[in-house]
Design a protein around this ligand. Structure first.
Ligand code: FES
Ligand code: FE2
Length: 381
């Protein structure tokens, strides 16, 4: 399907009323031209989650990530400022840093050893002519915003701040004190699916009883989950938890957070901060993912779990609990991987057609509306 026709289809789909909502037109998952448009219109301009602020506690703590087609380093500089800047050398475009860690004083390019300070200023370049002025050379800097302890980066210098459009979420989560949660573990992996299939999968509770029958469903059943009307920048649903069980570990929940009302302690909200950050929040932990498309059918998935400071046992039991949590969340992801991969394959089939959505999938309808607005302009409300 030519791109203009596909964009028309996206707009038509997004214009359906909520009670007539249909799934996403399949070419939206398979078209390379559509992906190109997403990279330029969405990922080059939107807030992308790159981790938690406590992962960058000390000067020199850094992580390299990819946003759209750009390698970006997030780094705490020597003055304590959390920065995001290009990880691409200003000489001949070599990558400067890799992975994550701590870089105590300077960033040195592995190719010809140009050297930068932690705020991106070039200070060393040997064997250069005298007419080369190092002071004019600095790594491009990007906007950084911390919201509820999550660190977001935006490549667009003109992008509006993130917090105002997520304000209704921050208000709803006040008592959870999410900013105080501590990073527990991180996983960086590639899934064989389109990024939107995974976003939509994480953000709907309809599949829990069928796919996560023995993991999530006994604890957070589909029947107790409902979508809450989202906003310009997010969607949201809330799960009701069954008393006295947890899927993350063998024992029942001990609510570690006295600030929560009984109702809050017994619910687990999940938000999707558009375009690609999804997060589940309980009294004890977060479980979140940040997505970056690679191709139409491969997505980089950076995910992890953070815990309320009082939720973890001390001593030897701590490490044991971390292992149990890792296993539980890997088990859930292992249930979602074959599903999301099959949908990505089937989206290319002659018989691929979008079906009607359940009210439990209102979050998908809202995400489709966001995409349509970003790619084709404002919709009528
Ligand atoms: S590319 Fe970095 S020093 Fe040459
Ligand atoms: Fe799932």
């Amino acid at each position: 399907m030519p791109l203009p026709d596909l964009l028309d289809a996206v707009r038509r789909n997004a214009s359906l009323p909520a009670d007539q909502a249909e799934a996403t037109p399949p070419q939206v998952y398979t078209s390379p031209e559509f992906l190109e448009l997403e990279l330029t219109q969405i990922f080059n301009r939107e807030w992308i989650c790159v981790g938690r602020e406590d992962e960058f506690a000390n000067p020199g703590d850094y992580r390299v990530t990819r946003i759209s087609r750009d390698e970006v380093v997030i780094l705490r500089d020597r003055d304590g400022t959390l920065r995001a800047m290009s990880n691409i050398c200003r000489h001949r475009m070599m990558s400067l840093l890799e992975g994550d860690g701590n870089i105590p004083s300077k960033i040195t390019c592995p190719y010809h050893a140009w050297t930068y300070t932690l705020d991106g200023q070039l200070i060393g370049a040997s064997h250069m002519r005298e007419n080369f002025d190092k002071s004019t050379c600095r790594l491009p800097q990007y906007q950084v915003e911390v919201w509820l302890g999550f660190v977001y980066v935006n490549l667009d210098p003109d992008a509006a701040p993130l917090a105002p459009r997520l304000a209704p979420l921050a208000e709803r989560f006040t008592n959870y004190q999410v900013a105080s949660y501590r990073a527990l573990f991180r996983v960086n992996e590639v899934w064989d699916t389109n990024w939107k299939i995974l976003f939509q999968n994480f953000m709907e509770p309809y599949h829990l009883f069928a796919v996560h029958t023995h993991t999530v469903e006994p604890v957070l059943p589909t029947k107790h989950a409902h979508a809450v009307t989202g906003g310009l920048g997010f969607n949201l649903y809330v799960q009701g938890r069954m008393p006295d069980v947890a899927f993350e570990y063998g024992e029942a929940m001990q609510n570690p957070n006295p600030a929560l009302s009984e109702e809050e302690a017994m619910s687990v909200p999940l938000f999707g901060a558009f375009p690609a950050h999804m997060c589940s929040i309980s009294a004890e932990r977060t479980f979140w993912m940040s997505l970056m498309p690679i191709t139409t059918d491969k997505v980089q998935v950076f995910w992890g779990v953070d815990v309320h400071p009082a939720a973890m046992p001390e001593g030897d039991a701590f490490a044991e609990r971390v292992e149990t949590l890792k296993e539980s969340f890997h088990a859930i992801n292992d249930e979602d991987k074959p599903i999301t991969a099959a949908i990505a394959r089937n989206a290319a089939a002659l018989a691929a057609e979008p079906g009607r959505l359940s009210p439990k999938e209102q979050t998908i309808w809202e995400f489709q509306r966001y995409l349509a607005e970003r790619l084709t302009g404002p919709l009528e409300t």
